[in-house]
Design a binder for this molecule. Structure first.
Ligand SMILES: C[S@@+](CC[C@H](N)C(=O)[O-])C[C@H]1O[C@@H](n2cnc3c(N)ncnc32)[C@H](O)[C@@H]1O
Length: 265
């Protein structure tokens, strides 16, 4: 396996326990579907769909939805979610860096906090644009590096060995200038908007404990440090709690995100 495949195999393991976090991500999913302007009858692709929060929301709005994710455990839950909602979604296990779909198939391509984890952003975005029809809409939600989740990703990365050469950090997708550059001349009418995801929590450590068991990067960090360096893990937890305390109000963690929308030329 090449370096990138090894990296993705680790990602797949890290995300396998993400399903309980759908209770938090289903609310911004509705915002992304609205922001992208999905209409009944449109062909929509949800990339890195997880348990299908965006896909099911778009299907409930009347779209014909296909969705893809790297992690089979999440797709199992996604199937349950679409059956429960009594909507059809065409689920696929796969990789955003090599989408198994024909050129110009979709009217709308969406990704919520998903395609940002592909190690090679240029490859991911060129695949998402390839399968989008000219005149179609690409829209995604990402984490700005100066807000809670972006800062938390950077903190987590600082306690881990550096990623293999050529792997870009997901927080770059939270910067408007970088997004503008990555979408480049392939799009027009680029728009940005901000949203806030409110995750319920009884205390900062309550939320951290929950995410240590569910969110890929945190779960991998705990796995790596708990036996070999518990003191380093304790230091990480102290830093995390200090950072997260800035965003904890009225039993919610307030997590600001960035939405991007553009039309393919
Ligand atoms: C933070 S979760 C977001 C899931 C979902 N979109 C949501 O909003 O709840 C990140 C997702 O990206 C998926 N993922 C990571 N790398 C991927 C890749 N290269 N191709 C497809 N999916 C990927 C993970 O399996 C995981 O489901």
């Amino acid at each position: 396996m090449d370096t990138f495949e090894v990296f993705k195999a680790a990602q797949k393991q890290g995300w396998a326990h993400f399903a309980p976090l759908e209770m938090v991500t289903m609310i911004p999913a509705a915002q992304l579907v609205k922001f992208s302007g999905v209409k009944p009858g449109q062909q929509v692709l949800d990339v890195a769909c997880g348990t299908g929060v965006v896909a099911v929301t778009a299907a409930r709005a009347g779209a014909k939805v296909t969705a893809l994710d790297l992690t089979p455990e999440l797709l199992e839950r996604a199937r349950f979610n679409s059956q429960t909602a009594a909507v059809e979604v065409d689920w696929h296990e796969g990789d955003v860096e090599k989408l198994p779909f024909k050129d110009a198939t979709y009217d709308v391509v969406l990704s919520q906090f998903g395609h940002i984890f592909a190690p090679r952003p240029d490859l991911a975005i060129s695949q998402m644009l390839r399968v989008l029809k000219p005149g179609g809409t690409i829209a995604f939600s990402t984490w700005p590096p100066d807000q809670m989740v972006g800062r938390m990703f950077r903190l987590t990365a600082s306690y881990m060995p550096p990623p293999p050469p050529g792997v870009s950090p997901p927080t770059q997708w939270g910067e408007e200038d970088i997004i503008r550059e990555r979408l480049g001349a392939s799009v027009r009418d680029l728009k940005f908007a901000r949203g806030s995801m409110h995750a319920p929590a009884l205390s900062v450590p309550h939320y951290r404990t929950f995410t240590e068991r569910t969110a890929g990067p945190l779960l991998k960090l705990v796995e790596a440090l708990q036996t070999i360096d518990p003191a380093k893990l304790a230091a990480f937890r102290r830093e995390y709690d200090t950072l997260a305390a800035e965003y904890f109000r009225e039993n919610f963690m307030h997590q600001e995100y960035l939405m991007t929308r553009a039309t393919k030329i």
